[in-house]
Design a protein around this ligand. Structure first.
Ligand SMILES: [Zn+2]
Length: 169
């Protein structure tokens, strides 16, 4: 059930005058419907996470999406050494936004998932993550030395989309 409101370009008529004023044409904003669906306001937001992974070990942490839906636009990361595998779960399920080189573990090299801080990996079109969802990130060092991962998701929070949904539904 989407809320609609009257199109303020055609005043709900569904048609506007052509540039010369001589003829009528279908309203290009509402495509003739006379009604439009308001888009929620968007505000930039970062979801950062740091994992200091001990040598040849795995470390897991969770990013909790706040109380409003989140449109993911960029993945970024810096890391001490690129010999770092990463697994991302959304609500406990494998994340379809990352490649799955190892179908048993779902782990892929960090550079295939996030790019780096200088060249972030764009998600286009933006990928919507629902309010209160849990993004679980596991990093596994393969470099043989302590490996510091600074991971971030950047995007827009959709104001006014607070919901009562429970995570994973
Ligand atoms: Zn219109």
């Amino acid at each position: 059930m989407q809320r609609t409101m009257q199109c303020n370009i055609c005043q709900g008529h569904g048609a506007v005058r052509t540039p010369t004023g001589a003829l009528w044409q279908k309203c290009p904003i509402c495509e003739g419907a006379g009604q439009v669906t308001p888009e929620p306001a968007k505000e930039p937001v970062w979801y950062p996470l740091q994992l200091v992974v001990p040598l040849n070990a795995s470390l897991t942490s969770v990013i909790m999406i706040q109380n409003e839906d989140f449109d993911l636009e960029f993945l970024l990361a810096t890391y001490t050494n690129a010999a770092l595998l990463i697994t991302i779960l959304e609500g406990g399920k494998p994340w379809t936004k990352t490649p799955q080189l190892n179908t048993n573990q779902g782990t892929v090299p960090i550079s295939l998932v996030t790019g780096n801080g200088q060249y972030p990996f764009p998600i286009y079109p933006a990928y919507r993550i629902r309010a209160k969802e849990q993004i679980t990130i596991t990093a596994t060092d393969q470099s043989g030395a302590q490996n510091t991962l600074n991971f971030a998701m950047f995007g827009k929070v959709l104001k006014g989309t607070a919901t009562e949904r429970t995570p994973g539904t």
